[in-house]
Design a binder for this molecule. Structure first.
Ligand SMILES: CC(C)(COP(=O)(O)OP(=O)(O)OC[C@H]1O[C@@H](n2cnc3c(N)ncnc32)[C@H](O)[C@@H]1OP(=O)(O)O)[C@@H](O)C(=O)NCCC(=O)NCCS
Length: 336
């Protein structure tokens, strides 16, 4: 059985920088409140004339391919994580497949919609396909355009100051080297809390004429509903649990972690996890200050930037962890 290894990382973020001061002009909020409660200073919003969920993912994947020295034609599976796909269906995976010119090769494209845990869920699925020998090179991406679905109003201010747009990708390949690459992945879900962080409409389980109504467009049911306090409380418990699960599975302790890359939900959540695990500042990676929460894209964007900064070195023990809507949570332990 072969392990899978991340051989290339890449990311793409839209050019448009939106600061907290920009948001102050749109709703009753303040730069101070946003920084104090979330750590976020700015985020990127897409340009509808040139950015789409799938083309941002394609650009991130091309960067990852180039850095890995791998040709796009070698990819034999795409696993695409997003909750903001280009279309309701088909998924964005097939659009990226076409943009990469892989439609001629008819490789499969799987779409994953596990929100903030989406990238690690996608990575885990890709890892299993490589372990079984079915595929040798897999592109795993997370891409989100949150800004087009957000409402910049007082009633939605607790949501719309948090999220941003962006994409990240990794290229995963089989490795014959013992103990290298992805050591284990761990996924969990608890549907009890599905409605604590969700977008209700336009849902399918209702009468035809009730699926999309003019009232719906005025109301909040087409926007994200988030019980921020409850999400926060569960997140800090599950993050620690799932990180410890990954370490215990591999006979490692928190002292062995070289770099923790947590899903970028809120800097206060990351700081809590860091403190609980006793990690020094150089052993945790945060970039939420510049991008906000890009849902499935936070971890691959962070991986790509950490790599650029020389923070991912051969044989480093790297831990990825996420928590989000579902609730779902997940981790991956990697011998880089
Ligand atoms: C959303 C979140 C930042 C709110 O922070 P909080 O400290 O829990 O704040 P609360 O919701 O208790 O609100 C405190 C006050 O700030 C106000 N407030 C909310 N959003 C605000 C904003 N953007 N600007 C200014 N004030 C705001 C609230 O109305 C409330 O006012 P009140 O005390 O007069 O009622 C925080 O709960 C959070 O980050 N939770 C996790 C969310 C998350 O991670 N989501 C992504 C899933 S992975």
């Amino acid at each position: 059985m072969k392990n899978s290894r991340i051989v290339g990382v890449g990311h793409y973020v839209p050019e448009r920088v939106v600061t907290n001061q920009d948001l102050e002009k749109l709703m009753d909020t303040s730069n101070e409140w946003i920084i104090e409660r979330t750590g976020i200073r700015e985020r990127r919003f897409f340009d509808y004339k040139k950015d789409t969920c799938s083309n941002m993912a394609t650009r991130a994947t091309k960067m990852a391919l180039e850095r890995a020295g791998v040709d796009a034609m070698e990819i034999d599976l795409i696993v695409f994580a997003t909750i903001t796909p280009d279309y309701l269906f088909p998924g964005s995976g097939v659009l990226m497949q076409r943009e990469l010119g892989l439609d001629k090769k008819t490789i499969p494209a799987i779409d994953i919609r596990n929100a903030c845990s989406g990238f690690i869920y996608a990575l885990s699925i890709a890892d299993q396909f490589i372990k079984t020998g079915m595929y040798k090179t897999v592109a795993v991406v997370g891409s989100e355009i949150q800004s087009s679905a957000m409402e910049f109003s007082d009633r939605q201010r607790h949501v719309s100051v948090i999220f941003g747009d962006g994409a990240g990708a990794v290229i995963l390949q089989a490795t014959g080297e013992e103990g290298k690459g992805i050591l284990s992945t761990h996924m969990h879900a608890d549907g009890t809390f599905a409605e604590e962080l969700y977008v209700k409409d336009p849902g399918s389980s209702r009468k035809n004429e009730e699926r999309l109504t003019p009232e719906m467009l005025k109301g909040e049911s087409i926007r994200a509903h988030m019980n921020g306090n409850l999400v926060f409380k569960h997140a800090i418990v599950r993050f620690i649990e799932v990180i410890m699960e990954a370490l215990n599975t591999n006979g490692k302790t928190k002292d062995d972690i070289d770099l923790l890359i947590p899903h970028q939900a809120n800097l206060r959540i990351s700081n809590f996890v860091q403190q609980k695990l006793g990690l020094s500042d150089d052993r945790i990676y945060n970039n939420i200050q510049r991008y906000g929460n890009t849902t499935a894209a936070t971890i691959p964007i962070a991986l790509s930037e950490a790599w650029e900064e020389g923070k991912l070195k051969e044989n480093d023990l790297v831990c990825l962890a996420a928590f989000g809507s579902g609730f779902t949570w997940a981790s991956a332990l990697i011998n880089w």
